[in-house]
Design a protein around this ligand. Structure first.
Ligand code: GNR
Ligand code: NI
Length: 170
C-alpha cells in the first residue's frame, strides 16, 4: 500500500470529469487500497479518485465512529434522493482548514460496485449522506466551495494559494 498525494484547490485538475471504471481489476483494487490508506492517513471521512489525480469513478469512505469500516463505491449512481434538504458543515482534504455550510439532500440511496466488483445499494443519511454527495461531486469535477458565494470562494482561493506558496517556501 502507498499514500497518494492529494490535489489542492484551486488545482484545475480537480475539475476533471471522471470516467466509469471499465473493470474492477487488480489495478483498481490497488488504487482503492492506496486511497483508503491516504484517507486514513489524512483523517478524512471520504476520498474521491479525482483528488489523487485519477479520473475514474472511484470513492472510498469511512463515516464509522471507530474509523474501521471502509466503504468502497465504484461507478456510484444516486438512484433515489429525498425531497428534504439539510444544511451541514463541510470540509475537504483538497481545501484544508476551510469549513462552511452546504445544503444537500437529507437522504440518498446509492448503487455502486464494491471492491469485489459486486453491485450493492447503500441507504445513507446524516454524515454518510453528506459525504456520498460531496464525493460524487468530486467525480464530476465539483468542489464544495463552488456552492459558496463568489466572494467567499475568491477569498478561499487566495488563502489557499498563499498557504501553498508559504509551505513551498518552508
Ligand atoms: O474528511 C472529510 N470530511 C467531511 C466533512 C463534512 C463533509 C464532507 C467531508 S468529506 C472530507 C474528505 C474529502 O475531502 N472528501 O472528498
Ligand atoms: Ni472533498
Amino acid at each position: 500500500m502507498a499514500q497518494l498525494p492529494i490535489l489542492r484547490y484551486p488545482d484545475p485538475r480537480l475539475h476533471t470529469v471522471a470516467r466509469p471504471v471499465a473493470a474492477v481489476d487488480e489495478r483498481i483494487r490497488r488504487l482503492v487500497d492506496d486511497m483508503i490508506e491516504t484517507m486514513y492517513a489524512n483523517e478524512g471521512v471520504g476520498l474521491a479518485a479525482t483528488q489523487v489525480d485519477v479520473h475514474e469513478r472511484v470513492i472510498v469512505m469511512d463515516t464509522s465512529d471507530q474509523h474501521n469500516q471502509p466503504l468502497v463505491l465504484i461507478n456510484p449512481e444516486i438512484i433515489e434522493s429525498s425531497a428534504e434538504f439539510a444544511l451541514g458543515e463541510e470540509g475537504c482534504l483538497s481545501v484544508p482548514a476551510i469549513y462552511d455550510k452546504v445544503e444537500r439532500h437529507a437522504r440518498v440511496t446509492v448503487r455502486a460496485l464494491g471492491r469485489d466488483g459486486q453491485s450493492f445499494e447503500l441507504q445513507a443519511e446524516g454524515l454518510t449522506s453528506v459525504c456520498v454527495q460531496h464525493e460524487m461531486d468530486h467525480l464530476i469535477g465539483k468542489v464544495f466551495v463552488e456552492y459558496l458565494s463568489n466572494l467567499k470562494r475568491d477569498r478561499i482561493r487566495t488563502k489557499m494559494l498563499k498557504k501553498t506558496r508559504d509551505e513551498q517556501r518552508g
